[in-house]
Design a protein around this ligand. Sequence first.
Ligand SMILES: [Cu+2]
Length: 195
Amino acid sequence: MTTKKTLSLLSLATAATLALGACSSGNAPAPAASSASPAPALSISEPWVKAASSGMTAAFGTVRNGSGKDITITTVTTPASPMAELHETVMNPSGGMQMRAKEGGFTIPAGGELKLEPGANHIMLMKLAKAYRAGDEIPFELKASDGTALSFTAQVKDFSGAKENYAPGGDSGEHSGHGGEDHSGHAQPTTSPAK
Ligand SMILES: [Cu+2]
């Protein structure tokens, strides 16, 4: 390659640049939009699990939907329990509160959030794999009907305050709606204010 040839290539390139500059002021619109990271569709803040020695417990937190469309969470999985379910808390005919599987899952509106908290919607963990004490960490994965997934780790905490909110009224009959399976244990932490 001769010096002359290199020079002529350079001037060609310069001419091309000038020509481009003439017809489009400023930078060409970057086709980089697809690589910009969008807000995560699903996120959760302050996830936590109520400490329990055996049987069942529940996980809470605030799930946010950063996308532009509604997202319905349909399944939850965690190594802490072979049976994890999405639960809601509803008033039964006698005025007490009872928990049951949330039919169809949790729908989080576009740009909105869903609070999972004691006495309301929650992630139910049945047949705990082992005892979970304050300070332990439990991984979870939520999956939505549109394929969106959210993995997170929840802190195990002692739930000492506001026990009455976990099952307002605290009578033993409240959780009968849970059926005769393994749910009877559900009532244990809430029936006795003795401690
Ligand atoms: Cu429940």
